[in-house]
Design a binder for this molecule. Sequence first.
Ligand code: FNR
Length: 184
Amino acid sequence: DKKHIGIFVGSLRKEAFSKKIAEQLIALSPENLTLEIIPIGQLALYNQDFDDHDEAPENYKEFRESVKKLDACIFVTPEYNRGVPAVLKNAIDVASRPGGKGVWGKKPGAVISSSPGMLGGFGANHHLRQSLTSVNIYTMQQPEIYLSQIGKAFDENGKLDERTTEYLKKFMTAFVDWCTIFWK
Ligand code: FNR
C-alpha cells in the first residue's frame, strides 16, 4: 500500500513558483509514493470560537481528515515580509486544533522555500520550522532547500532548469530516506 505525501503550497497565485515547484516534485516522485497538493485556500481564517462552540466550517473537517490520513508532509513556500504567508500559517493552525486533537503530529516533513530574490526565502523557511516544531512535525534538517532567483529557473515553457531539477531529485531521495525512519 502506497505511502501518501501531502504537499502544502504557501501561495494562492495562479502562476506561483511555489506551485510549479510542487508540481515538479510530483513529477519526480518515485512510483511507490503518491504525492498530492492539498488545497488550503478554501479555509476561512481560523477563529477559535469555531471549535469552542462546535461551529467549525465543513471544509475544516474535510481538511483535518485529509491531513490526518497523510504519511508525510512537504511544505513549499514563498516568503512574505520575511515570514510564512498567512494562508499557510492558517492551514497549520486549522489542523492543529481543537486543542489536543491536532492532526500534524508525528509525521515526517520537509520545507522548501523559494524567492525571485537572492535569499531564497530563508526567513520564511525558518519561521515555518518554528511552527512545525510546535505541531510536532518531524522536520528534515538536511538538505536545506532555499531556491533563490527562482524566476530564472523556469524557461518560457515552464520547464525547470537542470541544476534545480537535480537539486529537487536529491531532495526527494533524502526525504524518502528521512521518512523511512518514521515509517518503520
Ligand atoms: C513578497 N515577496 C518577498 N520575497 C522575498 O524574498 N522576501 C520577502 O520578504 C517578500 N515579501 C513579500 C510580501 C508580499 C506580501 C508579497 C506579495 C511578496 C516577493 C515574493 O517572493 C514573490 O512575489 C514570489 O513570486 C511569491 O511566491 P509565488 O507566489 O511565486 O509562489
